[in-house]
Design a protein around this ligand. Sequence first.
Ligand SMILES: [Zn+2]
Length: 75
Amino acid sequence: MPLEAIVKKAQKLMRSRRIERIGDGVYNVIGDHGTYTVVERMDGSVLCNCPGFARNRICSHSLAVMLLRGKARRV
Ligand SMILES: [Zn+2]
């Protein structure tokens, strides 16, 4: 998936409030194909347990959390 599409999806996830904080730096993101867990690490980077993140080290879920936390201002 091109980065532009990932960004659009992340913005949609954020706007439709599909991100649920379930703990300290831990979020459930309800994606189109399932609910994934996004973890925010101490250094500010985020990890997601979806297959897309495993492949590309970026996905709409992790990006949505970054947008929510205001850590992806350039996107
Ligand atoms: Zn993901």
